[in-house]
Design a protein around this ligand. Sequence first.
Ligand SMILES: [Zn+2]
Length: 247
Amino acid sequence: MDYFPEGVVDPATIADCSDVSYNYGNYRDYFDGVLEYEDGRFHIYLNTHGAFEPSIPRMRFTFAHELGHYFIDEHRNALKKGKSLHTSFYKLQRKNIVELEADFFASCLLMPEVRFKELATSKKFDFSLVELLKNSFQTSISATLFRMIELDTYPFMVVVSEANRIKYHWRTEDFPYKYFVEHGTGKLPVLTAAGDFFNHGEEYADTEEVEVSGWFNSYKDDYRGITLYEKCIYQTSLGRVISILWQ
Ligand SMILES: [Zn+2]
């Protein structure tokens, strides 16, 4: 799909060029978005509840996700037969395969592989690169990080923690560390920048240098004296910290 060779991908333009109508409305907290088939036509309802404007990354992702249900043949055909797919809620991770497929579609649509890789490898990896990508593609921090992992643009890891526990983690194939210090318990390792938030309420504005052994264990390698970078993003309203780890 090459509607936007240079600029930011706009899901509304794609809907306009296809046979899908859409509208924004306040549907309280029933759903973020939903694609419906009615009277031989497809329509996407997008929920503005919670002051979600069409231009914000989350709304763009929801719109792209619903387009995924339209453009993926199995999804569209199921809807045409009167089957219901879901009502879509935006979450960091979903298990339903239909949802994962639509998320993957959205990710590829909003962050086209060639352009994304080109920009992601245009400068040295650090948090400013993540921000550059996020701003260039108008995507959320988590969607951007997820795409960077998917396309393996640099060895790094993302750890999402809540209530002093590791909720999710994703790593590129080539990130050299694998087993957390509290491996198996789900507890967030204490001697980490994220750990400082949950244990001492400390927030770091900058990237911190932390000991590899603070985060990871190994039975065969000696991590003494080796450090890595940790950048924390504090989503305090959700009680969540996202740690980006790299060397
Ligand atoms: Zn969905």
